[in-house]
Design a binder for this molecule. Structure first.
Ligand SMILES: *Cc1c(COP(=O)(O)O)cnc(C)c1O
Length: 353
């Protein structure tokens, strides 16, 4: 028992991030980071004077970074909110748009942070079971009195919803916010960001952590109509108006100025994903049709936990979610072709041994 923690957090279960082991060199395929470094333009920009500027607070409006994001998304600067990682944007959305009577609803198999935010803020939530094949039944989100949160593509399944379905859900919930978490949209998905011009209840959330090789910099953003952004800015200015540090803001600007570099990397990762999926299917794995930078797979001959441990013992780190519906499955980040060859060799050894 903690002596000082408030009673309202006595039963709070914090989010458990994927391991960042320091004990040995693993082939690290467990937290969906990019296997490629940031663009050379990011390094140049950081070396180029930003360090001297650290004595000053950043501009809390982050005018230039937001303008570059607005240009990239085809919206206005007033439609962009920055977060210290997209987790912070999601956190602000739960805080701003939900309370004890207006809850949240999301799938039973999805990003594990959603229920943590809900519990942290005392928000009632419903976990809608995905269908047997892990697809979303849109009907589950058509009539409710709660903020809808959908990762698209979803994690850890990699499956995505067509924009028409997202739009139908938006139309069915005119009085509640619909959050579309697009952490993986750059790996073959289609962004709902343009729909923010048409639907004032839509919040699209994206991140620099996956497709833009900046998980360590912590930068995410939301796209929404001006009103929703103003609501979220009220939260941001009440928590930390300087939530993006100068180095990260500068890195983000430089990254956006080299879009071609990241598009190349995404294409490469998608190619590696398809090659690896084909090789794993040939080894007897069942896989979802992932549109993320990860694969979701199971093998009929071994349980998920067993295979996770066998891979770990051989220096390959993947993610295993030990919950009833996912315990047979592994989520494997798509790395470089060399890393994936090593993964395939190791899987072969394990399955033949
Ligand atoms: C990785 C991830 C995030 C969080 O990303 P950060 O920007 O690093 O906080 C959010 N949602 C989903 C679905 C993710 O997989």
């Amino acid at each position: 028992m903690s002596r000082f923690l408030s009673d309202r957090f006595a039963s709070l279960e914090a989010y458990v991030p994927g391991e960042q082991p320091q004990d040995m060199q693993y082939i690290k395929l467990n937290t969906n980071e990019s296997p490629y470094p940031p663009s050379p333009s990011v390094r140049r920009r950081l070396m180029d004077g930003e360090i001297e500027a650290l004595q000053l607070y950043p501009n809390p409006d982050y005018t230039r970074l937001r303008q570059l994001l607005a240009d990239a998304c085809g919206v206005g600067r007033e439609n962009i909110l920055l977060g210290n990682g997209s987790d912070e944007v999601l956190s602000m959305a739960f805080l701003a748009f939900c309370d004890g009577t207006h809850g949240a609803v999301f799938p039973d198999v999805t990003y594990g942070f959603y229920p943590v935010f809900a519990r942290l803020y005392g928000i009632p939530f419903r976990e809608q079971p995905l269908r047997e094949d892990f697809t979303v039944d849109p009907a589950d989100y058509m009539k409710n009195d709660a903020m809808v949160v959908l990762a698209n593509p979803n994690a850890p399944t990699g499956l995505s919803l067509p924009l028409e379905t997202v739009e139908a859900i938006l139309r069915a919930n005119p009085d509640r916010v619909v959050v579309v978490d697009e952490a993986y949209v750059d790996f073959g998905g289609v962004s709902a960001a343009p729909l923010t011009a048409k639907y004032d209840n839509l919040l699209v959330v994206q991140t620099f952590s996956k497709s833009r090789s900046m998980a360590g910099a912590r930068l995410g953003f939301g796209v929404a109509c001006r009103c929703l952004i103003e609501d979220l800015e009220k939260m941001r200015y009440s928590i930390n108006p300087y939530n993006i540090n100068r180095l990260t803001a500068a890195a983000g600007e430089a990254a956006l100025e080299d879009a071609a570099y990241y598009q190349d990397n995404c294409r490469r990762i998608m190619q590696t994903r398809e090659d690896t999926a084909r090789a794993m299917a040939a080894m007897g794995f069942t896989l979802t049709r992932s549109q993320g930078n990860f694969l979701f797979a199971r093998h009929p001959k071994t349980g998920g936990g067993e295979l996770y441990q066998a891979l770990r013992d051989r220096g390959v780190l993947v993610r295993w979610f030990n919950r009833p519906r996912t315990a047979d499955w592994l989520r494997i980040t798509v790395g470089t072709p060399e890393q994936m060859d090593a993964l395939l060799q190791t899987l072969k050894q394990i399955l033949e041994g």
